[in-house]
Design a binder for this molecule. Sequence first.
Ligand SMILES: Cc1cc2nc3c(=O)[nH]c(=O)nc-3n(C[C@H](O)[C@H](O)[C@H](O)COP(=O)(O)OP(=O)(O)OC[C@H]3O[C@@H](n4cnc5c(N)ncnc54)[C@H](O)[C@@H]3O)c2cc1C
Length: 377
Amino acid sequence: VTVTIENTASSLGNFRDRTREFVSAVLLPAVTEWERAENLPREAFQAMAEAGLTGHVLPAEVGGLGLDMAHSAVLMEELMAHGLLGVATSLLAQSHTVLPLVAELGTPEQQTRFLHPAVRGELVSGIAITEPAGGSDLMGAVQTTATRGADGWVLNGRKMFITNGPVADFLIVLARTEPDRGALGMSLFLVETSNPGFRVVEKLDKMGIRCSPTGLLEFTDCQVDATAVLGKLNHGFPNVTRKLVNERILSAVGALASARACIRQTVRVLGDEPVPSDLSRLMAEVEAGFAFTDLAIARIVAGETLRQDVAAAKFTMPGLLQRVVKRCMELTGVAAFHDDTLISRVFRDARVISVFAGSSETMREMYVAGLIPGRGQ
Ligand SMILES: Cc1cc2nc3c(=O)[nH]c(=O)nc-3n(C[C@H](O)[C@H](O)[C@H](O)COP(=O)(O)OP(=O)(O)OC[C@H]3O[C@@H](n4cnc5c(N)ncnc54)[C@H](O)[C@@H]3O)c2cc1C
């Protein structure tokens, strides 16, 4: 495979500098407070937009910078070098999941109403796919329906574990529009949370990524007009699952960057003591992991799909992070036990990377299915 890496070092370097400035000026001084408050204020979304980071992957026609996934990986690396997974989860749900879908599938009216203000940091958004019945088997679990009403559509159902759900101004919602047609009977809707048929049932209390607000949401006879459909009717499922590849590779990069940061912190704490051999081995695994994800990202940038390699990265790297942070906890002892240290935050947060955007178990299944001819995907 020939990989043409079109990113110039200076483009990535400038982007890294800009991200570092945003992280140190805006995020680091506030993150402990946000974690304790279990909320990410609107100002964080605004500050990201002002730093030019919200729309960087979006095309220039919709107010973006037209940069590629390699830049997103840099953004993820810089956030996770400080263990900012809660912040990353909320900010990237908007910048890397919701907004690219609206940019790609939205009508000019939808882009004016939702995309442009969100790129400017004036609106906060989320994507509501998972349901209380489960997130892995979406085809079986989605029970939310959208039925045709007099002036558009009527939504009924519940959505579980929705990032930014409790604070969002609008959501992309996956619902069944033709329940008999399985994966080709679901559609995406743009729903404003001021709609009287919408309510936040509960803001969820979580072990980790505490500053990222997560919600159980409910739609009860929630009426939206016909223009709320995002993309082609009944194409919601393929449209949304196609995008998961990006979330998965960024999750893997984030896991590695966190692992690297924890190891470096541990080595600092050890001072003049020798670095234990198992920590050196973990360090080498992390750097090998980066070589794998860097190549995968370069190939994605070059236009390859890479579902299987990305699945491998998604189940391997978060597992590696969990081994790393457990060992770093042991080696640093009470120094890592303070609430606001990097290692303690990563210890709390690490588990969830194995869950969202495709659990490790389902990623392993997907990987194996691709290796063995004839085994169903
Ligand atoms: C903090 C957080 C934020 C989230 N944000 C969002 C969001 O913004 N929007 C959204 O739509 N969703 C979101 N999710 C949901 C997330 O995508 C789901 O949690 C994930 O898809 C797994 O679904 P589940 O938790 O329902 O587990 P289930 O699908 O119920 O699975 C339970 C367990 O069974 C295992 N399992 C399932 N299938 C198999 C199989 N075939 N083989 C072996 N084992 C299997 C799973 O790995 C898991 O360990 C979020 C989740 C969390 C925790």
